[in-house]
Design a binder for this molecule. Structure first.
Ligand SMILES: Cc1cc2nc3c(=O)[nH]c(=O)nc-3n(C[C@H](O)[C@H](O)[C@H](O)COP(=O)(O)OP(=O)(O)OC[C@H]3O[C@@H](n4cnc5c(N)ncnc54)[C@H](O)[C@@H]3O)c2cc1C
Length: 319
C-alpha cells in the first residue's frame, strides 16, 4: 500500500505527513524513470484506498478523505460485507512491490557505475577519513559516504558511533486467488490489496491480505495463528473470501523504531555516515523519497526535504 491517508495514525505531525505525501506523490515520476531505463511497467494503482467504518461517519482526519455512505460503498464495492460506510483516501493506492523490486534489481545490475558486493557486512569503521565496511569474509570496502540501510538488522552492525533503536516486527501476509475488491480496502483489522499480474485483459487477479504485527525477534516464519488471523480479516471485510483459494502465505520483518518513524540523515558526529533505516510499516511508500534525499546528502548536496523529524538525535536521551 501507498497509504499516508489510511495510515495517518502512523504520521504524528505536519512535517511527517508532508514527507509521507511527498513520498507517495513521487511515485509517478519515479516509476516513469524506471520504465524508461528498464522497460518494466510496474503496476501502480491510484484509485484511492477505502477505509471501512463500522459505526457513524468519523470526524475528519488531518489528511482529509471523502465520506462514502453505505449505499455508495455497495455500488463501488459489491463484494464487501456490511459497513456503515468508508472514508475514501483519494490519492492513496498501491504498487506491485515484487515487480518494483525486480526492476530496481535489474537497474542496479545494469549500471556500469555501480559495483555490487554480494556479501554480508559485519562491522563499520567511521573514525577514518573515508568510512569503511568490514565484510564477513574480512574484505574491506570504503567510500566517500556510508549509508546504513540494513532494515530490521541495522542495530546488529558493529562499530556504529551510537546504538540504533531499530527492532524487527514480523508481519505475515496471504495471497488469495481472485479479486475481492477494486480498491485497496483498509478495515477488518487489516487490509486487502487487489493485484493484477499485468495490464492485459486476461491478467490473473489476486488479493493480498495483510498483515500481522508480531514481536518474534528475527524468526521470519509463517504460523498457523498468523494464517487464522489473516483469514479472519479477509472474511470480515468480504464474505466472498470464504471460498477464495489460498495461493501463498509468507512473512517479513519490518524495521521498527520506538516512535515508528524512520531514521534519516547524517550522524551528528560523523557527517559522512548516513542513516536510512527504521521505516517500519511504510518503507515501500517512503522508498523513492528516501533514495532521493539520502542520494542528495551522499553527494554533498542539501536535502530536498526537511529531515528534522527523522534525525537519530531524537533518541539521544533515551539511549
Ligand atoms: C508484512 C509486511 C507488510 C508491509 N506492508 C507495507 C505497505 O503496505 N506499505 C509500505 O510502505 N511498507 C510496507 N511494509 C514495510 C516495508 O516492507 C519496509 O519498511 C521496508 O521493506 C524496509 O526497507 P529496508 O530497505 O529498510 O529494509 P529491507 O527491505 O529489510 O532490506 C534490508 C536489506 O539489508 C540486508 N542486510 C541486512 N543486514 C545486512 C548486512 N549486515 N550486510 C549486508 N546486507 C544486510 C537484508 O538482507 C535486506 O536485503 C511491510 C512490511 C511487512 C513485513
Amino acid at each position: 500500500m501507498l497509504a499516508p491517508g489510511a495510515e495517518s495514525d502512523e504520521l504524528p505531525s505536519d512535517p511527517v505527513r508532508s514527507f509521507a505525501i511527498a513520498g507517495r506523490d513521487l511515485y509517478p515520476s519515479f516509476l516513469s524513470a524506471l520504465r524508461d531505463e528498464t522497460g518494466t511497467d510496474v503496476p501502480f494503482d491510484r484509485r484511492g484506498i477505502l477505509e471501512l467504518v463500522n459505526d457513524a461517519e468519523p470526524s475528519p482526519s488531518p489528511l482529509g478523505g471523502e465520506w462514502i455512505d453505505a449505499r455508495a460503498l455497495r455500488d463501488l464495492e459489491p463484494e464487501l460485507g456490511s459497513f456503515a460506510g468508508a472514508v475514501l483516501h483519494k490519492h492513496d493506492g498501491s504498487v506491485d512491490n515484487f515487480v518494483l523490486f525486480a526492476a530496481m534489481k535489474r537497474r542496479v545490475e545494469s549500471r556500469r557505475s555501480i559495483t555490487l558486493v554480494r556479501a554480508s557486512a559485519r562491522s563499520v569503521n567511521t573514525v577514518v577519513a573515508r568510512p569503511r565496511v568490514i565484510l564477513d569474509d574480512g574484505d574491506v570496502v570504503e567510500g566517500g559516504s556510508l549509508v546504513i540501510a540494513t532494515g530490521a538488522w541495522a542495530a546488529q552492525l558493529e562499530g556504529l558511533p551510537r546504538p540504533l533503536p531499530v527492532r524487527p516486527v514480523r508481519g505475515q501476509l496471504l495471497m488469495l486467488e481472485g479479486a475481492l475488491s477494486r480498491h485497496v480496502i483498509y478495515g477488518g483489522g487489516g487490509y486487502l490489496v487487489p493485484r493484477r499480474s499485468s495490464s492485459a485483459p486476461d491478467a490473473v487477479e489476486r488479493t493480498i491480505v495483510g498483515a500481522t504485527m508480531e514481536d518474534a525477534g528475527f524468526i521470519n516464519e509463517t504460523t498457523p495463528e498468523g494464517l487464522a488471523e489473516l483469514t479472519a480479516i479477509a472474511r470480515r471485510v468480504s464474505p466472498a473470501a470464504t471460498s477464495a483459494h489460498l495461493v501463498s502465505h509468507w512473512a517479513g520483518l519490518r524495521p521498527m523504531t520506538p516512535d515508528r518513524l524512520p531514521i534519516l540523515g547524517p550522524d551528528p558526529d560523523v557527517p559522512r555516515l548516513l542513516y536510512a533505516c527504521g521505516h517500519g510499516r511504510n518503507g515501500i511508500l517512503l522508498a523513492p523519497i528516501t533514495g532521493q534525499t539520502i542520494g542528495a546528502l551522499a553527494v554533498g548536496a542539501p536535502s530536498p526535504h526537511d529531515l528534522s523529524s527523522f534525525s537519530i538525535e531524537r533518541f539521544a536521551e533515551a539511549m
